[in-house]
Ligand binder design. Structure first.
Ligand SMILES: *Cc1c(COP(=O)(O)O)cnc(C)c1O
Length: 381
């Protein structure tokens, strides 16, 4: 039998390793010069004014909500078809997550459903670029303007994605990227926040490091002073310098990695579009898809869980993205939301399967996966 093909895999080469080792041999392991270099390069990459590196996207989302001074008990709207972190950041800040159903074609939050959920307590929207496909940002931006809401984009899947010719990361008040090992580019664990707002930027820098106003680097050396002040109740969400070095090296390959992922997605499209029991992911006009995930939808008459087991038994690391947030015990206990209020999410989440998609996959891997899908569909229909 073939080797297990995971749904995601990091792409680390000798240059990546060399840049990390250089920092490990230097004087600064954390809060040093590589962080700033990485932040400048990342901001340039997405064409944003400012970037703040953090130890995860989860941390980034947490301090993004904090940085916007949103009152406790405010409502923040997000999608239920996402990873828990997209909604957890709302709870960390003592606000209430409100879920708006998704669009059945893109599986992204549906702007029309956002409108239905707006109340006098709504303060922000957290759209998630599911699978790496940008949300309908024009529509979401218009809603935000009309109701005076902030937008924090969860772009964990969307490094190198574009919306109408603009890289994701430059459009909204704040955008948060993940550099977790399973994401398109990685620092092991890590995240980056981008913004064009200088006040927000300064606040994020404070919140990342205890709310303290001068970094270790600034206090270092013969003319350094011991004096600092703590201005806000911040966290320790700092990224290390060796991770930033890896980030720099990974970022230089981000576009190449996206293109490889795109070419695998197109091969899947070509073969899987011939199978009537499968719906392939739709890409809307005027976007560049980051291709973080390749989510297919199975026809209702194919049992998804049996299909999952059958593919796994063939050593294919299929996955499911996601169990809707309102179905997770913690959220069930808190809100007990009814599945019937999210008809699209509940239908799609019961039929979705993510196929392996990463740069280490060979042509043979892709062919094997496509052939195995045909076998499984045949057995289960
Ligand atoms: C991975 C992910 C996160 C969290 O990223 P971390 O860097 O692991 O904290 C948040 N949102 C979405 C949609 C994700 O997929």
């Amino acid at each position: 039998m073939n080797k297990f093909i995971p749904y995601a895999h990091h792409d680390i080469d000798d240059n990546d390793i060399k840049s990390v080792v250089e920092v490990l041999k230097s004087d600064w392991l954390t809060t040093g010069p590589k962080i700033q270099e990485f932040e400048t390069l990342f901001a340039n990459f997405v064409n944003a004014k400012f970037a703040v590196a953090v130890n995860s996207a989860t941390s980034g989302l947490d301090i993004s909500v904090t940085a916007l001074n949103i009152d406790e008990n405010s409502e923040i709207i997000t999608t239920p078809l996402t990873f828990a972190a997209s909604a957890n950041c709302i709870l960390y800040n003592r606000c209430k997550p409100i879920f708006a159903d998704i669009d059945k074609n893109t599986m992204n939050i549906d702007p029309e459903k956002i409108k239905e959920k707006i109340t006098s307590k709504t303060k922000a929207i957290i759209p998630v670029h599911y699978a790496g496909q940008p949300c309908d940002m024009d529509a979401i931006t218009e809603i935000a303007k009309e109701h005076n809401l902030y937008i924090i984009e969860d772009a964990a899947h969307a490094v190198a994605a574009e919306y109408k010719g603009r890289r994701i990361g430059s459009i909204s008040d704040i955008t948060v990227f993940s550099l977790h090992a399973a994401k398109n580019i990685t620092t092991g664990e890590g995240g980056v926040i981008t913004t064009n707002n200088e006040d927000v930027y300064k606040k994020l820098l404070l919140l990342r490091s205890h709310g303290i106003d001068r970094s270790t680097l600034q206090r270092h050396g013969s003319s350094g002073s011991y004096i600092y002040d703590m201005k806000l109740l911040g966290k320790n969400y700092r990224m290390t310098d060796f991770q930033a070095a890896l980030g720099i090296s990974q970022l230089s390959k981000a576009e190449k990695i996206r293109q490889i992922r795109e070419s695998i997605a197109l091969r899947y499209n070509k073969e899987l579009s011939k199978i009537k029991e499968i719906t392939i992911p739709e890409v809307i006009n005027n976007v560049v898809h980051a291709r973080h995930l390749y989510p297919i939808l199975l026809d209702k008459k194919i049992n998804r869980d049996k299909f999952f087991e059958s593919m796994r038994s063939k050593n294919i690391g299929v996955n499911v993205h996601y169990i809707p947030i309102y179905e997770l015990s913690y959220y069930k206990n808190l809100y007990n939301l009814a599945e019937k209020d999210f008809p699209i999410t509940s239908d799609i989440s019961s039929r979705e399967i993510s196929l392996p998609l990463h740069t280490l996959m060979t042509d043979e891997d892709v062919n094997y996966i496509i052939d195995s899908i045909k076998v499984c569909i045949g057995e289960l229909s």
